[in-house]
Design a protein around this ligand. Structure first.
Ligand code: SF4
Length: 480
């Protein structure tokens, strides 16, 4: 076990102390990053070093092109997606990716861990690659209902950087940068650098800006629950984690808070780096919170089992052994995790490493990612098939974050759903004011199957293929 020593809040955070050297602890492990030609000689110690991870992160199109030229084979495995079958060579792929990036709302940033778990020979269909690299040929026209800020977060912010939607919960947006940029980010309107299609206002970590948020929380006693997000809190300095956490712990009415970070999924090695103190800062806060009767947790974000390696399990073990509650929030994405086998495996893998599968989100109605969205029927089908396959407390809630700021609702709680029009309706009576009375609409991606087609049914008999598998030929046909 990696022991940790509690520290007073004013004491500088120290690294987790280790009983053995890195080499001794991790013998006979798969050095999976060595499958990337550039990193053939990178040692386990180098890979674990967070400074190495930062130095070798691929950000921007120049670095990406260089990386792709080295990592891709000359000839790629053919795609199963008819839209991508004309892409056969390395040069085809790079050209298509560069054109896709030019039209995308999110910038490019990928960590060495993520770059190492992609199967580059099959990059056209790789479920991890698909989350980060837009290919121009796979992009399909947006439904007219899509917007950049589909959850109306800016409209629900009483002060800049704090979204107050649910009665007792606040979402503190502490920064706008992340270790990776996901194509489908719900905060495409703000997160990451400018792209050719979206101008953003960068939110750097700023004590002055945070102070306005803290003061608002202090004078709003109804706020018991705070999410610290961004961006990704992995890009906050350990001192920032401590400072934010200590300030929130000092507010009597704040009962619980969580740091939102995709870090465990995209840079798990950081938790094993004894020279880096981000995890120590979190552990210290978690323990201090527990002593005060308050929950301090980590909410992370895995979407596919391929993101999980032995290093991820080791990192999750450090958190579990040190008492940090970690929960996962996945996004349901077409061609990534929209089938029972993949989602079931992901849930079981998360449970096995004591990261609670908490939410599976219907992909938000965000512009520029129509090719990643699934119809509501998919999430309903997945929930129906997966419930009962694992203990109830490890079964995630399958939810829709309602466009227009209605908050998260169970997908099965829809009032109406017509798969022919692709429109589902929900209400959110738990919200205050007019929000609690509104009817919210979620719109399936277009195109939809023709009226009266037998695949309209979303409650499929057990034993049939998942709904999405049955929809796919129709969608492919429509686009083909
Ligand atoms: S890590 Fe989270 S906040 Fe950052 S781009 Fe991905 S989804 Fe958005």
């Amino acid at each position: 076990m990696l022991a940790y020593r509690p520290l007073a809040s004013t004491t500088p955070i120290k690294a987790l102390s280790r009983c053995h050297s890195t080499a001794t602890r991790f013998v006979n492990k798969d050095l999976y990053w060595r499958r990337v030609p550039q990193w053939q000689n990178v040692s386990i110690e180098e890979f674990i070093d967070y400074r190495w991870q930062l130095a070798n992160t691929v950000a921007g199109i120049t670095k990406l092109s260089k990386f792709l030229h080295i990592v891709l084979p000359e000839i790629l495995a053919p795609s199963t997606n008819p839209l991508l079958q004309h892409i056969k060579t390395k040069d085809d792929f790079i050209q298509d990716a560069l054109e896709g990036i030019a039209a995308a709302p999110m910038a490019i940033r990928l960590t060495p861990h993520i770059l190492s778990v992609i199967d580059w020979g099959k990059a056209l269909d790789d479920p991890v690659c698909r989350q980060f690299l837009p290919l121009k040929s796979s992009i399909v026209p947006d439904s007219p209902k899509l917007t950049l800020d589909s959850l109306h977060e800016e409209a629900d912010s009483p002060v800049p950087g704090l979204v107050h939607r649910y009665i007792d919960k606040g979402l503190f947006l502490a920064l706008s940068i992340c270790p990776v940029y996901c194509r489908f980010c719900t905060r495409s309107y703000a997160v990451g650098g400018n792209t050719e299609t979206v101008s953003k206002s960068p939110q750097k970590p700023s004590r002055k800006r945070w102070e306005v948020v803290f003061q608002h929380i202090e004078k709003t006693p109804v706020l018991e629950d705070i999410v610290i997000s961004g961006g990704d809190t992995y890009y906050l300095q350990p001192e920032h984690i401590t400072e934010i956490g200590e300030r929130l712990l000092s507010i009597p009415h704040v009962r619980r808070f969580r740091f939102a970070s995709r870090g465990l999924a995209v840079v798990p090695s950081r938790t094993l780096d004894e020279n880096d103190q981000w995890t120590s800062a979190l552990i210290n806060l978690s323990n201090k919170g527990r002593r005060e009767g308050k929950q301090v947790c980590l909410h992370t974000h895995f979407n596919h089992p391929n993101e999980i390696t032995w290093m991820t399990r080791e990192a999750a073990k450090v958190l579990f052994e040190n008492g940090v509650i970690a929960r996962n929030q996945s996004v349901l994405l077409k061609g990534v995790n929209d089938n029972v086998e993949t989602m079931g495996t992901l849930i079981r893998e998360l449970a096995a490493m004591n990261v609670q599968p908490y939410y599976v989100y219907q992909c938000d109605m965000v512009q520029g990612i129509e090719d990643l969205r699934t119809p509501l029927s998919t999430i309903l089908d997945l929930e129906q098939r997966l419930r009962g396959t694992i203990a109830g407390f490890m079964m995630p809630s399958f939810v829709v974050d309602l466009p227009g700021g209605g908050g998260k609702r169970l997908a099965v709680s829809r009032d109406t759903y017509d798969p022919q029009t692709g429109v589902s309706t929900f209400r959110a009576p738990g919200l205050h004011g007019s929000k609690g009375e509104k009817v919210y609409e979620y719109h399936d991606p277009v195109p939809r199957p023709a009226t009266g087609h037998p695949f309209m049914k979303f409650h499929l008999p057990l034993g049939a293929n998942s709904a999405v598998d049955q929809f796919r030929p129709l969608v492919d046909q429509a686009y083909g």
